[in-house]
Design a protein around this ligand. Structure first.
Ligand code: OGA
Ligand code: NI
Length: 336
């Protein structure tokens, strides 16, 4: 607790948090896309149009009637709570702030207080990477949340396939275009736990950022706190029971040649007495085995729409992203 207080004080002294948190609040409503009409032709067209609008303007939308059973959503939320509320001795076994040290790992942002002073993110996270290639070891997932995580991964991958079809159509490409790029091959489930915060007005749950991923599907509980930037103002992503949040990541903004925007978002500190739980699934091709070149999709480039980014190897992208200054977007790394 002492480190936390010092960290928050350091931040208040620097004036950064006050400036960030007092920014004008948007009255705009974050778009909600209802997938229930997807089977009928007219319904699908409406969904594609809504996704196109949302992805251009916000880079983020909420999704309802997405087909993942509520028992699966409740299961993965519960499993996350159980993992984080376990005895420290059990959790310790999974602790590693280092990305490369172990695949399934647990990290806390607390260590950043001591080193950087300015980072105030108050959360603990369990990372569960999952490869499409099949090189997975389910036993690596902590027993307390193994079954629920695997069940959720199975469903969220299926939903992502559906979304990729819709996003391809929204870019006026063939439905299988984005899938064929293999940009989304591989996913990491990140199970966040934001404890109730003693001084929520002075700190953040997750600082402002864009996701380096291709696409992110997020499940948040009913406590709220997620915000997205639109027209330079923060808008609340108000929780919808059994809904999901979808956001465009840096890699999809690059592939779309800036037709879609990578959502700038953050989580304000938890104001309620109970912990806030969210589960982010990042879709991203991390394959270091076979090099893959990515860049703006050729079909989206013309004389009027010249490429905004150069082509790059995905492992190079990741290396550069991880070594960039904190809080800087990955988009500028390859911008022409
Ligand atoms: C993230 C993220 C939001 C949340 O993990 O990148 O933005 O609600 N999470 O936890
Ligand atoms: Ni994010």
């Amino acid at each position: 607790m002492d480190e936390r207080k010092a960290g928050i004080k350091g931040l208040v002294d620097s004036g950064i948090v006050a400036e960030e948190l007092n920014m004008c609040k948007s009255t705009l409503q974050v778009p909600v896309v209802d997938l229930s009409g997807i089977q009928v032709e007219d319904g699908r067209k409406k969904i594609v149009d809504a996704i196109r609008e949302a992805s251009k303007k916000w880079g983020l939308f909420q999704l309802i009637n997405h087909g993942i059973p509520s028992s699966v959503l409740e299961g993965v939320t519960d499993g996350t709570r159980k993992f984080h509320e376990q005895d420290v001795e059990v959790k310790k076994e999974y602790y590693s702030p280092d990305l490369s040290a172990r695949r399934v790992r647990y990290e806390s942002n607390l260590h950043r207080f001591e080193t950087k002073g300015k980072t105030t993110d108050l959360k603990d996270s369990l990372h569960i990477p999952w490869q499409d290639s099949g090189h997975n070891e389910p036993e690596e997932i902590p027993p307390v949340c193994r079954k629920t995580s695997l069940e959720y991964i199975k469903h969220v991958r299926k939903l992502e396939d559906t979304l990729l079809g819709l996003l391809s159509e929204a870019l006026c490409l063939k439905p299988n275009h984005l899938k064929a790029t293999e940009c989304d091959k591989g996913q990491t489930l990140v199970c966040h736990y934001y404890p109730a915060c003693p001084q929520p007005e002075l700190t953040l749950g997750t600082s402002k950022h864009t996701d380096p991923s291709f696409l992110t599907i997020l499940l948040q509980d009913q406590n709220g706190g997620l915000q997205v930037m639109c027209d330079n103002q923060w808008a609340d992503v108000t929780p919808i029971e059994h809904g999901l949040v979808v956001n465009i990541g840096d890699l999809l903004q690059i592939l779309s040649n800036d037709k879609f925007v990578s959502a700038t978002h953050r989580v304000v500190a938890n104001k309620v007495a109970e912990p806030r739980i969210s589960v982010a699934c990042f879709f991203f091709n991390e394959s270091s085995v076979s090099p893959k070149i990515f860049g703006p999709i050729k079909e989206l480039i013309s004389e009027e729409n010249p490429p905004q980014y150069k082509e790059f190897d995905v492992s190079d992208y990741l290396a550069k992203y991880l070594s960039r200054p904190l809080g800087k977007t990955g988009l500028d790394l390859f911008r022409l």
